[in-house]
Design a protein around this ligand. Structure first.
Ligand code: ACM
Length: 543
């Protein structure tokens, strides 16, 4: 008997299941919680004889469902052309009359004899599939046939769409290089929680992580540092581990990451830091810095580094050359240019920079930074893209179409929205997942701060004082995984979840649907999935 037939046979004879699924229990397994959900009675059993029906643009999504079910079911469900509900089938259908649900909304209707997933766009069908998978036993995420499982989806009627259009997470790949396979694993887990944006922090003082064909030394030199400070960099004297760290993504790697993410309706936003956080680039090409006669190496400690690009035409040309290659790799409409923590001491001390400020008719170094950022804004706008930067880009004036990522609290976001800029909220107090999530003496070394799960869950991205017309500029929010103190991917996993699960509900679910106690019940199911996905999440506190 083939595996598929065996599974089907076991389902038919009602074999005992080791999967823990209870009829009707599946709707308590959804994270983030949907907008509306009406539970029915009974359930639809997926067997090897179940047909997946779709046509046109729904077919690509239907294939993802078949792919998702195949390893654990031990068979590939048959795909058929069509769109009308029918017995024994899971039907996926694009329905433009559901336009009011938005591009990512969907309806999922499970009856004992069939399943229907509809939405106005493919992304909605994809999210309907994620909800369907979440309502199955967590064992559905196993990568080999689960003998004895019964793949029952409880009858339910769901109408669902996201609260925010930017549901993001940022991964710092500079401070510690994160292997491509891990980035793909992260994308899978983000998609399961209905995130739609992954920002890759690709360049910083400690490492340059993106292959740029025109400037090979960026990765030959800039991707490697000699050693790394041990323990917290705030504690001196510094000690070092005495071994090199590094790595980078080839352009083919990045194309693969971008394509893999796009398949899961996740946009990858590249971040290329400027004018500060540039030491790794300056190490590769000293003429880009303010002291070309004093060669540097990529930084080996953490903190705010004084090294900054010199704002000459040559540097502007270099950065725009880099961005040209970045744009060819990343179709993202929005491109992140950093802009944070650019200390101006070297500019103040440099006769070249002071002459440049005068020549351009600028008042001071803040205006110099603003001029630098505006060059990038104009460049990106000419290529049909939009610039996003950390909230320092507001200082000294900001180009009209630019988007602000508010990290130093909500202040920058509020000011930007008042000026008519779109905003992504990323305030340290709620979204910095490099902060401790429990008492520091019981946690692995982190940068500092205190951000427990409940605080993330209670985050409200629209500040109370915002007027409705300003609130429209809040595109959403993003969690930050800065990696100074995340030397391994296991540690990244630990810091990311379960806090990212809480953030998924902040960003997707209506504010009035939020309930921390109920979330914890659903989270317990979510963690079973993460166990199977081999995700090293932080265990919940016993309360
Ligand atoms: C930042 O944390 N420097 C954006």
């Amino acid at each position: 008997m083939c595996q598929a037939m065996l599974v089907s046979f076991l389902v038919c004879v009602g074999a005992a299941t080791d999967s823990g699924n209870q009829l009707g229990g599946g709707t308590t397994m959804l994270v983030p919680i949907p907008v509306e959900m009406k539970a029915g009675s009974g359930g639809f059993t997926i067997t090897s004889g179940t047909v997946v029906v779709a046509s046109g643009p729904a077919v690509a999504e239907a294939r993802k469902l078949v792919d998702g079910l195949a390893p654990a079911m031990g068979c590939r469900l048959q795909l058929a052309d069509g769109g009308e509900p029918r017995d024994g089938a899971i039907v996926l259908r694009i329905d433009e009359s559901l336009r009011q649900l938005g591009d990512e909304g969907y309806q999922l209707d499970v009856a004992v004899n069939r399943v229907l997933i509809t939405g106005p766009k493919p992304a909605g069908l994809f999210y309907g599939i994620q909800s369907l998978l979440q309502m199955l036993p967590p064992a559905v995420f196993r990568q080999a046939p689960v003998v004895g499982a019964s793949w029952v989806v409880p009858c339910v009627s769901i109408t669902d769409y996201p609260r925010f259009g930017w549901r993001g997470l940022m991964l710092d790949t500079s401070r510690h290089f994160m292997p491509k396979t891990f980035v793909l694993k992260l994308i899978d887990v983000l998609a399961l929680h209905k995130f739609n944006s992954l920002q890759l922090h690709l360049t910083d003082d400690q490492g340059w992580r993106i292959e740029i064909k025109k400037y090979p030394k960026l990765t030959e030199v800039g991707a490697w540092r000699d050693e790394t400070v041990v323990g917290h960099a705030g504690k001196k004297p510094w000690k070092f581990d005495g071994r090199p760290h590094g790595g980078f993504y080839t352009q083919d790697d990045l194309r693969e990451i971008v394509g893999y993410a796009a398949d899961r309706h996740i946009n990858v936003v590249p971040e290329i830091e400027m004018p500060g956080h540039a030491r790794a680039a300056i190490a590769a090409y000293p003429e880009l810095g303010c002291h070309p006669d004093q060669p540097l190496k990529p930084w080996t400690v953490w903190g705010v580094c004084p090294d900054i690009y010199i704002p000459t035409d040559k540097t502007i040309g270099f950065v725009q050359d880099v961005l040209t290659e970045v744009l060819a790799l990343f179709p993202s409409k929005i491109i992140h240019i950093g802009g944070d923590e650019a200390t101006k001491e070297q500019w103040k001390a440099s006769p070249v920079v002071q002459a440049r400020i005068k020549e351009l008719g600028l008042k001071d170094e803040d205006q110099m930074q603003s001029w630098f950022i505006k060059q990038m804004d104009t460049f990106l706008a000419q290529k049909g893209r939009r610039l996003i930067g950390w909230d320092e880009i507001l200082e000294g004036g900001l180009a009209p179409g630019a988007v602000v990522m508010s990290w130093r609290g909500e202040r920058g976001g509020i000011a930007a929205a008042k000026e008519g800029h779109d905003v992504v909220m990323a305030p340290t107090g709620w979204t910095y997942f490099d902060y401790y999530q429990g008492p520091p003496e019981k946690e692995p070394l982190a940068i500092g701060g205190n951000l427990p799960l409940k605080k993330v869950y209670e985050y409200e991205p629209i500040p109370k004082e915002m007027k409705p017309e300003e609130a429209k500029h809040i595109l959403g929010a993003q969690c930050q995984l800065w990696a100074e103190y995340l030397p391994t991917t296991r540690q990244v996993e630990y810091m990311a979840f379960p806090r990212a699960a809480a953030m998924s509900e902040v960003l997707w679910s209506p504010a009035e649907r939020k309930d921390y106690t109920a979330f914890l019940v659903r989270l317990a199911q979510d963690l079973k999935r993460l166990d199977i996905l081999d995700w090293n999440y932080r265990k919940l506190d016993k309360e």
